[in-house]
Design a protein around this ligand. Structure first.
Ligand SMILES: [Zn+2]
Ligand SMILES: [Zn+2]
Ligand SMILES: [Zn+2]
Length: 295
C-alpha cells in the first residue's frame, strides 16, 4: 500500500473510532412530568420538559443499549439511535414498575413489530413478561428475546463491555429490582434508579461509589413531607439523607454522583432553586437529558 494511503487510513481511523459512551435519556420518576392529575407549579409547561429515568449506551460498534424501557421509550430510542447512526439495540430492565419496562409495548405487533430485541432481565422479571399479557405476546411473537441475568454475575457483551446486575431492596410486587454496574473499556458506571433506603441494602453504597467512575442514584424525593401521601408507603433515600451519608466522602468522590429519577414534586428539579444549589455546592450533580459520559 502506498504511504499517503496508509497515512490517510490512519487519520481516518481517528474519526471513525467511536468511544463507548453513556447518554442520559431521562431523569424523572416513573410518572414523569406533567404527572397525572398534578395541577401544581411542578408540572407547569415551563418545568415539565424531561423524560422518565433512563440511561442509554452506545458501544464502540454502534450497537445501543437502553437501561430500562420507559413510557417515553419512543422519543428516547429515536434520540439515542440517531446519535449512534445504527438501529440495533438491546435493553436491560431494572424492575416491573411502570416507569421501567412499560415502553416495551412499542416493540409489539401494533407498533414497530420488532424482531428479537434482546431484553436482559432477572428471573422474576423475565417470568413476569413471559407469563402475563400483554407482554407474553412480545415473547411469543419473538419481538423480544428474554436473556436471563444472575445477581452479581457479570454479563459479558463484548470484549470491552460487561454489565452486572445487583439486587436492591424495593417494593417488589411483580419482579425483583436490580441496579446495574456498567463496565466499559476504561471506566465503570453504577446505575441505581430505585431503592428503598441505603441502609436496607446488603452492600455498602459508600464503598460501591468508590469502585466506579460515575454513579447515577435514586433521588426521587428531596425530603420528608414532600408529598401529601404517607411517604413510608413509597420509601426512597431522600436526597437530604444521601447528601448526609455521602458528605464525608472526599470531593473527588462526591463529584462522581449524579442524582436521577426525580419525582415531579422534587423541588431540586428547578435549576437555581435553593434545594438544588445547596446540593450542587457540595460537589454533587443532577443528571440532565443529553449528558454523555465516556466509558
Ligand atoms: Zn421508578
Ligand atoms: Zn407535578
Ligand atoms: Zn420502582
Amino acid at each position: 500500500m502506498k504511504k499517503p494511503l496508509l497515512i490517510a487510513l490512519f487519520l481516518l481511523s481517528f474519526f471513525v473510532s467511536h468511544a463507548q459512551k453513556l447518554v442520559v435519556l431521562g431523569t424523572l420518576q416513573d410518572g414523569g412530568s406533567p404527572h397525572m392529575l398534578c395541577e401544581k407549579e411542578c408540572c407547569s409547561v415551563e418545568i415539565a420538559n424531561d423524560y422518565v429515568s433512563c440511561l442509554g449506551l452506545i458501544d464502540e460498534n454502534d450497537h445501543s443499549y437502553f437501561f430500562d424501557a420507559t413510557p417515553d421509550f419512543v422519543n428516547q430510542s429515536r434520540y439515542l439511535l440517531n446519535l449512534s447512526g445504527n438501529d440495533t439495540f438491546s435493553i436491560f430492565l431494572t424492575h416491573a414498575h411502570m416507569g421501567h419496562y412499560s415502553g416495551l409495548i412499542h416493540l409489539g405487533r401494533e407498533a414497530s413489530s420488532a424482531n428479537g430485541v434482546p431484553v436482559y432481565a432477572m428471573p422474576r422479571m423475565g417470568a413476569f413478561l413471559s407469563e402475563n399479557g400483554p407482554w407474553d405476546q412480545l415473547v411469543n411473537l419473538e419481538n423480544i428475546e428474554i436473556k436471563g441475568l444472575v445477581n452479581g454475575q457479570e454479563m459479558k457483551l463484548t470484549n470491552s463491555l460487561s454489565v452486572t446486575p445487583l439486587l436492591v431492596p424495593h417494593r417488589d410486587e411483580y419482579s425483583e429490582t436490580v441496579g446495574y454496574q456498567i463496565k466499559g473499556a476504561e471506566k465503570t458506571a453504577l446505575f441505581i434508579p430505585d431503592i428503598d433506603k441505603w441502609d436496607l441494602w446488603d452492600r455498602d453504597i459508600v464503598t460501591e461509589i468508590q469502585k466506579v467512575a460515575y454513579v447515577f442514584l435514586d433521588a426521587t424525593f428531596m425530603k420528608e413531607g414532600e408529598v401529601a401521601r404517607p411517604m413510608s408507603e413509597v420509601p426512597h433515600p431522600f436526597i437530604e439523607e444521601s447528601v448526609a451519608l455521602f458528605g464525608s466522602l472526599p470531593l473527588e468522590q462526591r463529584n462522581k454522583i449524579y442524582f436521577i429519577h426525580l419525582n415531579h414534586s422534587n423541588p431540586a428539579r428547578v435549576k437555581n432553586s435553593a434545594d438544588r444549589v445547596s446540593v450542587e455546592a457540595l460537589g454533587f450533580h443532577f443528571a440532565e437529558f443529553g449528558q454523555t459520559f465516556e466509558l
